[in-house]
Design a protein around this ligand. Structure first.
Ligand SMILES: Cc1ncc(C[n+]2csc(CCOP(=O)(O)OP(=O)(O)O)c2C)c(N)n1
Ligand code: SF4
Length: 275
């Protein structure tokens, strides 16, 4: 039977702003299926986004949602989690939103290991504003602000979250939507900061300028370049060149921020308050 997405959507907000061929719709659907499989009530979820094509998602889903300011989704999300720890707080964000203007919040949310799930749509570009370079634009690729090719090094944003202390870090592509759905499910279940970096093609602002072909070509390129993390150990750096490593990269136990805060509150209450 076909999955019915309608009960999770604000259909009165349709049509979507996304271009035809944009990867973001595949992520939206995988995310809804993951939430449905987990059996979560809509009111148990608070979804927070910044600004960007990907961040527009919060307008279309029928959860508690906040569409905030560019780069600040994680600050709003942190406040929500601290005040309402029972909520599953899910941040939907772009590579520009999370790792350029919001880069500082990104590393500190991971460092705190606060129980927030981040679904980061990496399309290697600022999509909404016409294709400026972002911190993930690969070296040599063209952007509206790099018409002769980007000369800067790109961030490995999964690696950044791992290094900063996230409990759970995974990478997926829209090509493998089944893997993506399973990873989102695990990320939501995981206590602590969990990142799902999903490569979501932007055929309009990135693909055209870089002659990547049709949206289907861009998705097939993900298939060709895909290597599961389980296979990485047996591969040489040369063999890994240009590949996209997908799967769960980190899944560890670390003290979670809101729980540590609660312990402090409880201990101070027992002692009769701060002295
Ligand atoms: C403070 C502020 N600076 C800049 C902008 C303009 N702006 C809107 S979206 C965006 C970039 C979006 O890129 P990304 O987060 O990667 O999302 P995408 O659109 O690619 O999904 C920028 C720079 C803004 N809205 N607010
Ligand atoms: S500009 Fe790119 S990221 Fe934005 S909706 Fe169009 S294809 Fe998607």
């Amino acid at each position: 039977m076909m999955f019915n997405y309608d009960s999770y959507l604000r259909l009165d907000k349709f049509p979507l702003i996304w271009c035809s061929g944009c990867g973001d719709g595949i992520v939206l659907k995988a995310m809804i299926r993951a939430i449905d499989k987990l059996g979560l009530q809509k009111d148990d979820i608070c979804m927070v986004s910044g600004i960007g094509c990907s961040s527009r998602l919060t307008g279309y889903v029928d959860f508690n949602t906040l569409h905030t300011t560019h780069g600040r989704a994680l600050t709003f999300a942190t406040g929500i989690k601290m005040a309402k720890p029972r909520l599953h707080v899910i941040v939907v964000t772009g590579d520009g939103d999370a790792t350029a203007i919001g880069g500082n919040h990104y590393i500190h949310a991971a460092r705190r290991n606060i129980d927030i799930t981040v679904i980061l749509f990496n399309n290697f570009i600022y999509g909404m504003t016409g294709g400026q370079v972002s911190p993930t634009t690969p070296k040599g690729k063209r952007a509206s602000t790099a018409p002769f090719g980007n000369f800067e090094n790109a961030f490995n944003i999964s690696g950044l979250a791992q290094a900063a202390g996230a409990s759970f870090v995974a990478r997926a592509t829209v090509y493998n939507a089944v893997q993506l759905e399973k990873i989102i499910q695990r990320a939501i279940e995981k206590k602590g900061f969990s990142l799902v970096e999903v490569l979501s093609p932007c055929p309009t602002a990135y693909g055209r300028r870089n002659r990547e072909g049709t949206p289907v070509d861009m998705i097939l390129q993900q298939k060709e370049r895909n290597v599961n993390v389980a296979a990485v150990e047996k591969m040489t750096p040369e063999e890994l060149e240009g590949k996209i490593v997908t799967g769960v990269l980190t899944d560890i136990e670390r003290p979670e921020c809101r729980e540590e805060y609660q312990k402090l509150i409880d201990s101070l209450s027992k002692e009769g308050g701060p002295r």
